[in-house]
Write a protein that binds this ligand. Structure first.
Ligand SMILES: [Zn+2]
Length: 272
């Protein structure tokens, strides 16, 4: 028996998540990249070209997804963000300029979280429920700060295929965790930077990996969280995502939901 249940007796859950980093990944890594227009254009493909296609694809399947967006991207790509919000997708927090929490002081981390919550509230009319850490790392302060800033869930840990509660030192439940893994992230397969020695993975190999992984999550009643980066969702890869969704939909009893919906359902059913 899986340790969690899903609504309407669904067998497993699927969360489609998109980390809309745009240029922040490059700008934070090395401020000198601000003078490299071609490199930045590669990242800008995400909000400029891929987001409208992703929104169409999701609409075609009638699905809602979760977009984790750095504050800087919300300020600099208002059209893409408006499209995401007006299409009814969830917006979660992802730093201001894609800062790694494990490199920040407590005060810096606190200020960045506050700033990113305020920007999302302005753009969407409500504060974000979910936090995905840039580069998937926490500092010793992250969990406590997330709770202080009103977050409901985190989607960062890699120790389970089921949602679970983070615990405060006294054992009481705090945030819900919606676990992830690099294998279900498109970046290790598709991210290419100039000079990189590692080749990009072929589309079919990734399709096959994700298909097999989904079938195994399904059998175990898990939460299949796909983490995609719009800047990497080039046309052929995006078509593959459509084929993957089609494949998943052939299984009976799959609950597609946003992170916020999954966290809320978990909280309504989990024992403290
Ligand atoms: Zn990111």
């Amino acid at each position: 028996m899986p340790p969690v249940s899903w609504p309407d007796n669904a067998r497993c859950a699927v969360m489609l998540s998109f980390d809309l980093d745009a240029e922040t990944l490059m700008l934070y890594r090395d401020p000198a990249n601000a003078t490299k227009p071609v490199l930045l254009s590669m990242a800008r493909y995400g909000p400029k070209s891929a987001v409208p296609e992703i929104i169409n694809l999701l609409a075609r399947f009638g699905l809602k997804a979760t977009f984790f967006i750095p504050g800087w991207v919300i300020e600099n790509h208002p059209d893409a963000v408006r499209l995401i919000v007006n299409s009814g997708h969830e917006v979660g927090a992802h730093g201001y300029l894609h800062e790694r929490p494990d490199t920040l002081s407590r005060d810096e981390e606190d200020a960045i979280l506050g700033r990113s919550v305020a920007i999302i509230r302005d753009a969407t009319g409500r504060p974000p429920a979910g936090f995905r850490s840039p580069a998937w790392e926490f500092s010793p302060n992250t969990l406590h700060l997330l709770e202080r800033h009103g977050f409901v869930y985190s989607s960062n840990m890699m120790d389970s295929i089921y949602p679970y509660y983070h615990r405060r030192p006294d054992g009481t439940p705090s945030l819900v965790e919606l676990p992830v893994h690099w294998e279900l992230d498109d970046a290790p397969f598709f991210l290419y930077l100039p000079g990189q020695q590692r080749p990009m993975a072929p589309i079919e190999a990734v399709f096959d990996t994700w298909r097999q992984e989904f079938a195994a999550y399904y059998r175990r009643g898990g939460l299949f969280v796909l983490t995609l980066h719009p800047q990497l969702q080039r046309p052929g890869r995006l078509d593959m995502l459509g084929r993957l969704i089609q494949y998943i939909r052939e299984f009976p009893g799959v609950w597609f939901a946003t992170g916020e919906e999954i966290a809320a359902y978990f909280r309504s059913t989990a024992k403290d």
